[in-house]
Write a protein that binds this ligand. Structure first.
Ligand code: SF4
Ligand code: SF4
Length: 442
């Protein structure tokens, strides 16, 4: 079986949160392959520890991915502050004799260094065009954990476990590996908290992750971290505002100061994303469809909403509002040029992570979350058929069947973009409906 087939059979998807099926990404031909080890979301600590613990595996998985796309160069992007990890990676690259192909490049400690387009610019100096993806400028980007999973796929080992940081206002911060399909509440309880009545949980990083409506779900291959904060924490209060509430506040008090635009990472890359204009459209020009289309250039990094706006308004939510309206009418932004250059002011307007963390009120929780061995052996796992971008997997087992850990239980539907899913424990299938295969440990 070719490596590409093995990656597909192993169900590898973008582990950084996007969930795009990796085999589909690796069919492209690219000049550069880039490893996204930026991990720019405050408090999350997965990638930096994986690179320290499994440098050889990650380098080999990354190299294999690079060869698949025919890349001439592989660049590992990691923040310069992780000096020990950088030194380990550089030593191992030399020892594995792949220095001709792979190089480590240090990223500034800014948010959002891990945004794919920011990463491409920082590592190659190229700007992905508006509405484009990195392959438009000859780059394919893979996440650190994805590279590790490619390495394992090459050995015939599918993705059945996930690395997750549990962080926030909790007694015990840690990073753990748990079976896919584990009840999220079991993972949250590793924090030392038993009763979550007074807490809210962010699924992912504090900037882009949503506040969870309920914590009764199950771990998927996309989960990266859970940030647990008291319900009255200012970040939870701000993130809990819905689009309609945000729209009402936005309409009352935008002073058109442009701070949201001047610090927008996409604007600084030379794109036409100008959230202050979207705020203007919301207030004065609800019929100006042309003006609203730029909302589609927003990557939802949340910087404008959680950092830039001095009035505490919600420009990103305004973008989301218009994105939704335009999608309903099938209207799309069309770039008027194909070449873009970063704005000259960019280097003066980058947002240091430390300032962001302080603004978010997370200083007290910006602590290590060490990789910790836990004995996570859930009695039941719920394997979601949709853990990825594309069509949900099709179950290939039935209630009553016995499955082994690593056995494929859901396949990619014919001629579709999707990803296979696998049993994360050995046992009996007791249910296969509502988008889940439920396995009881035996
Ligand atoms: S949304 Fe905030 S930052 Fe943007 S223009 Fe209005 S007041 Fe200024
Ligand atoms: S969320 Fe705000 S800062 Fe981020 S890309 Fe969108 S408009 Fe720009």
């Amino acid at each position: 079986m070719s490596l590409l087939d093995m990656v597909r059979e192993a169900g590898v998807i973008g582990a950084g949160g996007a969930g795009f099926p990796t085999h589909a990404k690796l069919t492209s031909k690219a000049e550069y392959i880039l490893l996204n080890g930026a991990e720019c979301e405050p408090l999350l600590r997965v990638d930096q520890q994986l690179m320290k613990l499994f440098p050889d595996e990650i380098i080999k998985g990354f190299e294999a991915a690079g060869k698949l796309v025919g890349a001439a160069k592989g660049l590992i992007g990691i923040k310069g502050k992780h000096k020990e990890v950088i030194s380990i990676l550089r030593n191992r690259i030399k020892a594995l004799q792949v220095s001709d192909f792979i190089e480590v490049k240090e990223l500034p400690d800014i948010y959002p260094a891990g945004d794919e387009q920011v990463l491409v610019y920082e590592l190659t100096g190229r700007v992905v065009p508006e509405t484009g993806i990195p392959i438009k400028v000859g780059c394919v980007v893979v996440n650190t954990e994805t590279a590790l999973n490619i390495y394992h796929a090459n050995l015939g080992e599918p993705v059945t476990e996930k690395y997750i940081t549990v962080a926030g206002d909790i007694p015990k911060r840690l990073t753990v590996k748990v079976p896919v399909g584990t009840p999220i509440i079991d993972v949250l309880k590793l924090s030392g908290i038993e009763n979550f009545d007074d807490y809210a949980v962010i699924d992912g990083g504090p900037m882009m992750g949503p506040v969870m409506d309920n914590i009764d779900g199950y771990v998927t291959k996309k989960n990266k971290g859970f940030v647990i904060l008291k319900k009255q924490h200012s970040l939870i209060r701000r993130k809990s505002v819905n689009i309609e509430q945000a729209r009402r506040v936005n309409r009352s008090s935008c002073e058109q100061c442009r701070m949201c635009t001047d610090m927008c990472p996409r604007y600084l890359l030379g794109h036409n994303m100008q959230p202050h204009k979207i705020m203007r459209a919301l207030n004065y020009a609800l019929d100006d469809v042309e003006g609203q289309k730029i909302a589609q250039l927003c990557c939802q990094c949340n910087l404008c909403e959680l950092f830039s706006c001095p009035a505490g308004l919600y420009p990103k939510s305004a973008n989301l509002y218009f994105k939704g309206k335009l999608a309903e009418q099938n209207i799309r932004y069309k770039p008027i040029k194909s070449q873009f250059a970063a704005r000259k002011s960019r280097e003066y307007r980058l947002i240091p992570s430390k300032r962001l963390i302080a603004r978010l009120g997370l200083n007290n929780f910006d602590r290590p979350a060490p990789m910790t061995e836990v004995n996570m052996e859930p009695e039941l796992v719920h394997i979601a058929m949709r853990q990825h971008v594309g069509a949900p997997a099709v179950p290939i087992v039935n209630p009553g069947d016995y499955v082994q850990v690593g056995q494929q239980v859901g396949k990619i539907p014919e001629d579709s973009l999707g990803a296979a899913v696998h049993a994360s424990i050995s046992g009996k299938v007791i249910e296969s409906e509502n988008g889940f295969i439920v396995i009881r440990r035996e």
